[in-house]
Design a binder for this molecule. Structure first.
Ligand SMILES: [Zn+2]
Length: 268
């Protein structure tokens, strides 16, 4: 299959790859038809590394700046410094999105399964700050919010009037999925679309114009990808599977998904 200039990686933790591995991977990705990569961040140090990569690969790596929810709560001054730094990037006219932000679904449910209580109010407050920032700066917002947390996050988006939202690696029940689709939010599918029935269901039925692909690398995958380092070119297999599930041609599907990402992220 020829997907030249038809692939956009909409969520990867590029700064987490060792440099030698990353340089080779980006070269292969480019050669293989990846035209742009959205690189997300975890915290201040991660944002700074991601920005360096965006400067190193101008027009290829679009950075996203945020604070990942699956970690101990940020201190107020740490958060204030990060938001101030993002405002500086905006004032300087730099290209970026806001993310990865959201709610700590996996941290919370693991603790709850172990019989512990979990207070998520601090995380909701942080998400509110980033939603407010994204709305004010009119930047795309990238969310880590799955299952019941997706509807909690959607309520925060409505509160701040956020229209440009991307729920990365989204999973959730039919009602939440309908809510996101009707609100016009984007979702992205990872390579687990090849082996996870709940993701295949989304791939088959979520509005095509609101779908994108990603890898969330270096997060590792199973099934046909077991033991492989996660690479943006895995999106080729995802697109083949999405096309098969929807009964569409592969070229047509690749072109539609890339157009969605170009439009949503304002890529040329
Ligand atoms: Zn991520």
């Amino acid at each position: 299959m020829n997907m030249d200039n038809g692939l956009i990686e909409t969520h990867i933790h590029l700064e987490k790859y060792p440099k030698s591995e990353r340089d080779a991977m980006l070269e292969e990705a480019r050669q293989g038809g990846v035209e742009a990569i959205v690189a997300v961040s975890m915290d201040m140090a991660s944002c700074e590394r991601t920005r360096e990569l965006a400067l190193e690969y101008p027009g290829f790596v679009l950075p996203a700046y945020g604070w990942h929810p699956e970690q101990p709560l940020a201190e107020p001054d740490e958060l204030e410094a990060l938001i101030g730094w993002i405002r500086e990037r905006h004032a300087a006219g730099e290209a970026f999105a806001v993310g990865e932000v959201g709610l700590p679904y996996y941290t919370r449910t693991e603790l709850e399964a172990a019989g512990e209580t979990f207070d998520e109010s601090g995380y909701v407050q942080i998400l509110r700050q980033f939603a407010s920032l994204a709305a004010e700066l009119d930047r795309p917002l990238i969310l880590h919010a799955v299952y019941e947390d997706a509807s909690k996050a959607a309520a925060v988006l409505r509160e701040f009037g956020v229209k440009r939202a991307h729920f990365h690696w989204y999973k959730g029940d039919a009602e939440t999925t309908r809510l996101l689709a009707e609100a016009g939010y984007m979702i992205s599918l990872t390579p687990d679309v090849l082996y996870e029935p709940e993701i295949q269901e989304l791939a088959a039925h979520y509005p095509l114009e609101q779908l994108m692909t990603e890898t969330d690398g270096p997060w590792p995958f199973e099934g046909p990808f077991a033991g492989q380092a996660t690479h943006p070119l895995m999106m080729r297999s995802s697109i083949q599977e999405i096309a098969r599930l929807r009964g569409l041609g592969e070229q047509e599907t690749a072109a539609a998904l890339a157009d969605n990402a170009r439009q949503f992220y304002g890529l040329e």
